[in-house]
Design a protein around this ligand. Structure first.
Ligand SMILES: [Zn+2]
Length: 424
């Protein structure tokens, strides 16, 4: 259904002006409220007692809830509860999101009212509506939902509290608890929706990996070198990789014992790495099957740094290009491919010379393509291990290389090591 059809339904169900409902819906959707949530929220605003599904709720096991279920009542344990503020018609609304479980399964929930949901509590939730999110059912707790705490706690085969390590985090995760070390941290001024605002951003690390973070409401506990516990962190995608979000609702406490940070990036198959949608720090090994156009000696726009063609920047028009070196190489391990991007330093190492040598070679040949050709001859057909930041977006899967090393180990040894790894 599109927005207009929703507005029409709402207007006729609730007996209100369609234009008014349309404006309200547009406002909500503009602030990234999913359309179903927006509709529910307007039903509440205009005083429809039902939360959408209609009918008397049925008591269900969590494992039995499907996207086709109507209103349900469930008894389960709150695993996580994270607050988030969404803006609705100029004012902030605080919602609580997390997971609830019983012996049969786990389901995500969103609570639109303050119910005081606390991880570890066993609750009977009466009359929650079901909505669909990413093909999965979710519980919607609103005005017509009743909550009662059970004296006896339910035993569930799931961990309470949302403890996670960095490598296991995925975009969309909410209410996670992390123990990490702040590896890099800087203060930045950004243009937020309320004008200029200060944030902190940088990189977190633990034994499992590294991830970038943003601290939207800067706290002094987050500083370079500090080991901290973060409760109620969420994960969103930023520039093709997952990023830890630390908000005003997160709790940050310093830790006495420093958190160890692993030196090595996790090794993954290329297909697996790409299907996660982006990994901040990963090591991929594959055959270098091609060096793409736009490699070798290139020119960048002095204004924006974009690579230019024949002295023309896509944004700034005719400019005096600045020479640079880079390689865009396709790496393939049989499960997938990525484009590894080598900066000037890594390119110098594989080319065996710097800008001066590259310019000299191009002058002699009267063609700057010879630089890319030289690089092709050196690396195509060999096997490399590349560590870096993997981003996956509409531009494809790009691995921003931090290290680029030829695999010199004997293939027989590696096959051996692999077999030892997979056998029980
Ligand atoms: Zn430009």
């Amino acid at each position: 259904m599109d927005l207009d059809t929703h507005a029409e339904d709402l207007a006729s169900d609730l007996g209100v002006d369609k234009e008014e409902v349309t404006t309200d819906l547009q406002n909500l959707v503009e602030y990234s409220v999913p359309i179903d949530e927006a509709v529910q929220s307007l039903r509440r605003k205009y005083g429809d007692g039902s939360t959408g599904g209609g009918g008397a709720p049925t008591t269900k096991s969590i494992g039995d809830i499907t996207i086709d279920s109507s209103n349900v009542s469930v008894t389960g344990v709150i695993l996580t509860a994270g607050k988030r503020s969404i803006r609705y018609q100029g004012s902030e609304n605080v919602i609580t999101e997390g997971e609830i479980a019983d012996e049969t399964g786990v389901v995500d929930y969103t609570a639109w009212e303050e119910f005081g949901l606390t991880p570890g509590d066993t609750l009977t939730i009466g009359n929650a509506s079901i909505r669909e999110w990413d093909d999965e059912p979710q519980l919607n707790l609103g005005e017509s939902t009743s909550i009662s705490k059970r004296e006896e706690s339910l035993e569930v085969p799931y961990e309470i509290g949302g403890e996670a390590d960095l490598a296991s985090l995925r975009t969309g995760d909410r209410a996670r608890t992390l123990e990490v070390q702040v590896l890099e941290c800087e203060r930045r001024t950004i243009n937020g929706r309320d004008g200029e605002t200060e944030i902190k951003s940088g990189v977190l690390g633990d034994a499992s990996g590294r991830l970038p973070f943003t601290n939207w409401d800067p706290v002094p506990e987050i500083e370079e070198g500090a080991s901290i516990r973060i409760e109620n962190a969420s994960v969103r995608e930023y520039r093709g990789v997952p990023e830890v979000n630390i908000s005003e609702f997160s709790t940050v406490t310093p830790l006495e014992t420093p958190i160890e940070v692993g030196e090595d990036a996790p090794e993954m198959e290329i297909g697996d790495a790409v299907s996660t949608g982006g990994v901040y720090d990963v090591s991929l090994t594959g055959n270098l099957i091609a060096v793409r156009d736009g490699s070798g000696l290139i020119q960048r726009c002095p204004e924006c740094g974009r690579v230019i063609q024949k002295g023309n920047c896509r944004v700034h028009g005719s400019v005096d290009g600045v020479d640079d070196l880079r390689v865009k190489a396709i790496l393939d391990d049989g499960t997938g491919t990525v484009t590894a991007i080598l900066d000037d330093e890594l390119t110098e190492a594989v080319y065996g010379g710097g800008l001066e040598e590259a310019r000299e070679q191009a002058r002699e040949a009267m063609d700057q393509e010879v630089v890319a050709d030289t690089i092709r001859e050196k690396i195509v057909g060999r096997e490399y291990r590349v560590r870096g930041h993997l981003s996956v977006d509409e531009y494809g899967a790009n691995l921003d290389a931090v290290t680029f090393e030829e695999c010199t180990d004997d293939p027989v040894d590696r096959a051996h090591a692999f077999l030892t790894e997979v056998s029980p």
